[in-house]
Each structure stands twice: as C-alpha cells, then as structure tokens.
Design a protein. Sequence first.
Length: 57
Amino acid sequence: MAEAVGVSRGWYAMLERGEPIQPSIAMLNRVAQALNATRDERVTLLQLAIPELQGLF
C-alpha cells in the first residue's frame, strides 16, 4: 500500500497506527484512491485523520 501511495513503509505504518503525523489532504486522497474508496469512505477517512474537517462535508 505504501508503494501505491508513494510513501515509505514506515510512514504508512505510522498512519495505520494513528500516530500524529499530520498527513495532507492530498496524501489522504492518494490513500483513498489506492483503496478504491467510495466518496463516503473518503470523507470518513479525511474526517478521522483531520478532526478539524468534521462537519465540513
């Protein structure tokens, strides 16, 4: 998955563990695309990763 997203395995592992790495929206969109996420799944991913976005979608 890390390769598909274009990040290191270590960085992706930190993302999966929920460590405070502050991923960009662009990076999260690449993750969602690699997962073939639906629009609703993409919104959920963004809201979970960036709590400040909750309620904006």
